[in-house]
Structures are given as structure tokens and as C-alpha cells.
Design a binder for this molecule. Sequence first.
Ligand SMILES: Cc1ncc(COP(=O)(O)O)c(C=O)c1O
Length: 539
Amino acid sequence: MSSEVLDILIAKRLKSEGRDNDTPLVVASATNLSTQFTADRRGTGCVQSHPSSDLSANAVVVNAGGAFAFYPTDWPGLVLSTYSKGCVAYLPWAPDQMYHRVRQPGSCIGAGRRDGFQESKWTHPVGHARVGTLRRASAGRLRCALTRRLAVAETIKITHIETLRAGIPALREMIFLNTAGISPIPSVVADEVVDLIRWQEEKGRYRPDVQEMLNERSEDAREITARFFGVTPEEITFTHSISEGLNIVSEGIDWKAGDEVIITDQEHPSGYMPWALRADQQGVILKQLRLLPEPEGMVDRLRNLLTDRTRVVALSHVTSSLGIRAPVEEIVRAGHEAGALVGFDGAQSAGQFPINLREMDCDFYSATSYKWCLGPYGVGALYVKRDVLPQIAVRRSGARAAAQVDMETGRLVFGDTARKFEFGARNLPLRIGYGRALKYIEEIGLQGIQARVRETVGYFREQLSEIPGARVQTPAEFSAGAVNVAIEGVDPGAVRQALWDKYRIVAVSPAGGMRFSITFFTTREEIDRVVEALKQEIA
Ligand SMILES: Cc1ncc(COP(=O)(O)O)c(C=O)c1O
């Protein structure tokens, strides 16, 4: 089926329902591996969409053509699904048929849903379902068609916020404004990790097909991560944390006493400890770039600190307590002009807005999963630019290292990719879950996320101006989704506690203020409730 035919089918259906052709049909595009995996995991050849296990009645998520689509349930739309790398099934779908059935040609069907909808058990396609197979090339065209629709979805920013919120169960319990700390986890991401562990439980952990699948999917996650950051998989190392990523870089440099590193006065311990260790143990000189009281002029101040001894400039892309967003391109340019390596702590940036590391031209970037990317805890990624990889030596290694060992001479030859930093037992379900989280963010669309967050932050700032003595400490022109507010004469820790105890609002209280993290799922109603609660508490 060509993409034109697909478009005609979709258009026909939309027309028959009196909807215009711009109805947001597909929110995102992704690969189809999770579907394929589901098929294998179930062991019956059945394929099931991977819906959030806890959808509200107003929408359904299906894995559509390698894309996750959000369909309002009042719309009996066309459901598309790819599986087994290139097969596509398409079937009309109606609200009274709240299941998603696809059939691998020649195999049995047993798809069902785990979220309260009727389990279906059938072995032959029934009247309402038409199943077709496509060759891989056609599936690619199908994906293009779906991606075109994604563009429509992006221009209307993020639609279906309530659907997205319904897929993040923890949001039912509270107003969550600490994504800069540890985010809630969407069901599709949690399912990915849990399903993999259950699959290991069922099948055993050490059998060739299990190992092969996990390894393959872990490498898929590496590809997704690379795509997310606009770089190549060969430049991505999986880590446990931001700290680990920065340690890999700081340990790997061939330091001489007197070499200089520039960090800022606002680094999280992850951002200063790896460099402080070098100062403590190798005589490296640590210099601090001042961001406070005013980030304005930071690039000029950086230029004043740079010398011919500066080996590294390492800053937070967005700082932790105050959410100050650095002008990274200018910083990279300044550092490179002085001959230094330039890299960033991406804890507070990845997942908030589009990041293209190739365009940014930095030399390294350490990212994590569990904050703005809404992924699992304890996994992250380090990017090291291809040309820079040879300058970062491997200081620790072990089992499963990408190295050739000559046991007689003791000589080691590491591969020339960022895989050289990985070794030992690794938690593949977590990595795969991280990949799923990045896909989830991509599916929503980072442009849309950024636009919506800007709007909500603007609204919050306006509302805060009505609170006597409230001062936003996060500078508007250097900011993203975190807003740190100090209120004159108010103990931020006590108010933060009261917000939780009385209103079930989660925030934190660093740097003499309260930090509220606003992301795509934050609503204006929540902001109103937070502002009202603040007014009550300071009255
Ligand atoms: C700027 C920044 N860097 C790093 C981290 C966390 O680093 P790690 O992944 O090493 O725990 C945080 C967490 O709050 C952070 O805000």
C-alpha cells in the first residue's frame, strides 16, 4: 500500500465522519520494535499494541505504523500497526471494538488488552478486520505518511494533554512540580522495563534468544539516544548517571599539573565532583565562572577566565537550583577558540527542548533519563564527539568490554567508538526503557513541549506577580521549565512542606526559594491551584 493509498483511506474515513483532514491523527513516529517484541514475548505469534495499561475512557493509544497514535475514543478511526519489521495491518476500529487485533500472516491471533477491556481470543480474522502485509519498503512509505501527519500535530502544539496525563498515573495523586528532581514515569515507559523483566522471568535470563533480543534492543536504544541528540550511535556510551559520564571524561584526559578546568558557581555535585577530584589528585586548577547574581555577560566573563592552560570548560546546560539556561553555542565557540574541550551536564535540559549536539558542536555531553525525559532511574548516556574520543582514555574496564586483549603482552586495543567506556554487567531493561522514554518525548514533539512550557511558565510568572513579596529568581531570558521563586519573609522549606501536606503539591526549596518545574503535562488549572495555595500559606 503506497502512502497515497493510505492518505486516501484516511481522508475517506475522516470525510465519512464529517471531520476535516487535519484531525490530529498521529502524534508521533517511532520504530516498531516494541511491537515485534511483544509478539515474541507472548510466544503465540500474537501481536498487541502497547497501550498504556491505564488509559482513561477518552482516548486510546495504539502502536500505529511504527508510530504511537492517540485516538479519541469517540472517533472510530483507522488503526494502523506494523509488526515483525515491515508487516502492516490495518483495520477499521470503532469504540465498541475496544481492542486492537492484528495478525501475523499464517499465525494465530490472540491479542487482547490488559486494561479492563475485553480480552479477545480468535484465531481467524473476522469481518471487521482486514489484514494486509507489506514489504519493508512500503512500510517505510507508510511511516512517511504518518510522519507528515505528525507535522500537523506539531503545529497545533501538544494536543490531547489529558490523554497524555492519563498515561502518567502518578499525576492523579498530586500536582507534580518536581520534574527537575525525579519525574513521574509514564505507563508506556514503566511497562517497557517491567515487561522485559517479566519476560526474563518467564523465559529465563540466559538463553540465546533472550540475550540476543535484549542486546539488539539495547542497541536500538543507543540509536534512539543518538537520534534524540542529533549524533551517531558510535558516539554514545550508556552510563548510570550524569556523574558517571562526567567522570569518564575527567578521568580519561591526560592531565598535567597546572592544567585548568572552568566550571560555574552553580554546578550540581555531579558537575563539580569529577573535576574537583582532578584538582585534588592531579594538581588541576579549578576556576569558577560566576553566573550569579546575573547570568548576563557570562560569555564575556568566560573569555576572561580562559587561558592557554584551559583544557576543559564544563558547565550545566541548565542549572539545577535556579534553572539558568546557558547560551551553549557561544560558550562552545569561546572555549574552542582557546583550544579547550567544551562539554555540558545535560540533566536539566534533555527533554525540555530540542538539542542537536552536532550543531552545538560541543565535545561531550552527559545526560540522564529520570528527569525531563520521564525515563527510568539509574541510566543515562554520555556523548563524546567522534574526533575527541581518542583524547579520552579508558581508565576502567572489565567484562564485555569492546576491546581486544593480548594476554601475553597485556596490550589492550579498544574500539574507536564510545562503547569503549562500557564494561561489566549492565541493566539492559533500563537502557531499553530509557530509549522508550526518549521515543515517548519525541512522539509528543520537543517543539511542542517547548512551546507549551513557555506558555505555562509565562502564565505562572504573571500569576506570581500578584503575590506580595514574590520574586522569581530564575532569570526570564536564561530559563526553561524550572521557576525558582523566593517570597520575602517566607521560609521556603516550611511553605514547601505545607504545599505537600495540605495541597498535595510537590516542589522543592533550593537556593533560598521554591523551585517549581513546569513541563508539558502541567496545566493552567494546576498553576492556579499552586498560586492559590501560596497565597493561603503566606496570608
Ligand atoms: C544539573 C544536574 N546535574 C546532575 C544531576 C544528577 O546527576 P546524577 O545523574 O549523577 O545523579 C542533577 C540532579 O538534580 C542536576 O540537577
